[in-house]
Structure formats: C-alpha cells, structure tokens
Design a binder for this molecule. Structure first.
Ligand code: GRF
Length: 220
C-alpha cells in the first residue's frame, strides 16, 4: 500500500473523470484522499457527484476576480490551506497562469482527449476526425506554462472508424480517460514518477514490445 496522496480536483463541468477517481479510491485501487473539489462554475454537475460521495466542495467564480493571476492565487491559497499536494485538473476549462504553475511545479496533472502533442486545445476529438487519423486517444500530463504541453505521464490509444461521429469517438476516448487518470495518480502516490526534462520516467513497469494497435486492423 502506497502512502495516501492529498489531492484537490478542479472541474468546470460534468465531472466523469472526477467520478472515475472517486470510484477508484472507493474501490481501494487508488491511494488518494480528495481534500476538496473546486469548480469555477456553480452549476457544474461534478459538484453533485462530489457531494453524493461526501467530498467537500468549493465554488470560486473567476468572474469575481480582477485578473487571471488574482483568481489563481486565491485557488492556490485554498489548495495550500487544505494541505493539497497534487492538483488534478479534470475538465477545468481555464488556462493556468505562472502564479499557479510555479506554486505547484510538477504537481499539477491534466487530462486531454487527444494523443498529445497532436490536437491540443479545444475540440480535440473533432480535429482528430477532420484530420483523418486512424488512431486517437487521451493523455495525462504534468502542467507547465503552455497549454496541453507539459511532460507526458500516460497515454491510451483507441481506433478511429470510418463511420465515427465526433460523439462516438469522444465516448470511446472518455472510457479510456477513466482508466488512465486514476492510474497516473496512483503512480504518483507510489512515488514512481520522475520528471527529467520533457520526459517522465516511470519506475518498475514491464515492457511489452508486442502491444500495438493497427487500424484498419490486419484482419478483414
Ligand atoms: C474530458 O474530455 C477531458 O479530457 C477534458 O475535459 C473533459 C472533461 O470531462 N479535459 P468530464 O467533466 O471529466 O466528464
């Protein structure tokens, strides 16, 4: 059993990734304690998910602050006050200023619904479909001062099919997001992640050279 890492989860919306983290903790597959869930939107459904599981919540509306830096400082103050060690962005629809990134250097994770560095920013699944890629996926990465650019921790790859809609592809990717985000946090809790320049080394995992996805598949 790894030590329990104190996390704060930041959301803006539905919170299905938050749910996957709560579920993994409750199933004792993730050694983390959610100190609180913070949303910049009062009507984010993720707040209901948190309350349903006895997790405390905070709403901090960015519109009430004069600048991005002022907002971020208020968030950092809350995170510090609650003893948060690792910040987990789960659909938090705001760019972080240096004030935030410096306060939690290599201790902020984000999940993005694309195989970074392809398709950063909004509407990643739509961009992937329009580009015509055969494989898409999701990425958990540490957050640096650029958008969707920090060192990559874990990625999952899914096939893209000719008749995919944006919704179908997004749902296929989301299913994998729910698997890799708790895993990334657990690797952190176990002290197995080390950031070396742009690369994150993961201690003690086994290699499988034959693990590939070919799309369209070699079968008829
Ligand atoms: C996910 O697609 C995630 O990759 C992106 O925002 C979405 C959040 O979904 N960063 P949810 O609120 O966790 O359901």
């Amino acid at each position: 059993m790894a030590r329990q890492v104190s996390i704060g989860v930041l959301i803006s919306g539905g919170g299905t990734n938050l749910q996957s983290i709560i579920d993994a903790i409750e199933a004792k597959k993730l050694d983390a304690k959610i100190q609180f869930v913070l949303s910049n939107k009062a009507d984010a459904y993720g707040l209901v998910r948190a309350k349903n599981h006895g997790v405390s919540t905070e709403v901090l509306d960015h519109k009430a602050f004069p600048s991005r830096e002022a907002y971020d400082q208020a968030v950092v103050d809350l995170l510090h006050a609650r003893g948060v060690e690792l910040v987990v962005l789960a659909g938090f629809m705001r760019l972080l200023s240096p004030v935030f990134v410096k306060a939690y250097s290599n201790r902020i994770m984000n999940i993005h619904p694309a195989l970074l560095p392809a398709f950063p920013g909004l509407h990643a699944q739509k961009k992937a479909l329009e580009y015509g890629v055969r494989c898409a996926g999701c990425t958990v990465h540490f957050v640096n001062e650029e958008c969707d650019e920090g060192p990559i921790i874990i990625q999952a790859v899914v096939p893209v099919f000719a008749d995919d809609t944006e919704e179908a592809l997004a749902a296929r990717i989301l299913k994998q997001e729910h698997r890799i985000y708790p895993r990334a946090i657990q690797l952190y809790a176990e002290g197995r992640l080390r950031v070396v320049g742009r690369r994150v080394s993961v201690d003690g995992f086994s290699k499988d050279e034959d693990q590939v996805l070919i799309q369209p598949s070699l079968a008829r």
